[in-house]
Design a protein around this ligand. Structure first.
Ligand code: F6R
Length: 230
């Protein structure tokens, strides 16, 4: 596990930018796993404003709410279009369809695609409760892409993106912990005091299903970019 301490999210995004740029230059980046959320906004802004060429890169997004359509601003497909996909050309973009009639089949479709297109780099954020993607505390470590129930704490935290009175969906589709851990390299970004508990658990060095992030301890190429002193 490698910790990179930065002064602020902007510097962290710059750091990740250089990492991605180098991987592209070395021809080591063909498939990338992407996250959504507040942490990722300055990251994608940097990519969009740059001349990075992703035309030979396939993407997989970590997760999507169930029951939210592509044109709903609260959905993750919408987020990705708005911040990245409408502005940069990729070879192929893969997202989970939260409106699929058969959600189990949709998860299997996605997992099969992941197996056929191994991730070179997976980018992650982390929830205040230590979730990665929508793998909430208690999720079995051997999980692959699946239908997930969101915890009350995640619903509360994520409600900030929804308008007053709008219901946050309590179900999502998400890559599993095992799907994520298959990536060759993982880079996790965590900024601000609210992420301290999760990073502290990670730094303690004990793998614990109550803190999904701790499973990263068993991966041999993980970089944590953070503005926290841990
Ligand atoms: C989003 C995702 C989530 C977020 C996490 C942190 O695709 O997988 O695990 O990375 O909830 O969200 P922010 O960045 O909004 O603090």
């Amino acid at each position: 596990l490698k910790f990179i301490k930065v002064n602020n999210p902007d510097e962290g995004s710059e750091n990740l930018f250089n990492f991605i740029k180098e991987a592209l230059e070395k021809n080591e980046l063909h498939v990338i796993g992407l996250a959504t959320g507040g942490t990722m906004i300055p990251v994608y802004k940097k990519w969009v404003e740059s001349d990075l060429d992703f035309s030979d890169v396939t993407t997989f997004n970590l997760d999507e709410y169930v029951g939210i359509s592509d044109d709903n601003p609260n959905g993750y497909a919408y987020f990705m279009n708005e911040h990245l996909f409408s502005k940069k050309k990729f070879k192929k973009v893969n997202t989970l369809n939260g409106l699929a009639e058969n959600l189990e089949e949709e998860c299997q479709r996605f997992e099969d695609l992941l197996l056929a297109n191994p991730l070179d780099i997976q980018i992650l954020g982390v929830g205040e409760n230590g979730h990665i993607a929508f793998n909430e505390p208690g999720t079995p470590f051997d999980s692959v892409t699946h239908v997930a129930k969101l915890t009350p704490s995640t619903l509360e935290v994520n409600s900030r993106f929804f308008k007053p009175g709008e219901q946050v969906p309590n179900t999502a589709l998400t890559m599993g912990i095992t799907s994520i851990l298959r990536a060759k390299k993982i880079v996790l970004l965590a900024f601000g005091e609210k992420k301290r508990a999760a990073l502290t658990k990670l730094a303690e060095g004990k793998v614990d299903t109550d803190w999904p992030i701790t499973k990263l301890l068993e991966h041999d190429d993980v970089t944590i970019i953070t503005d926290l002193d841990i």
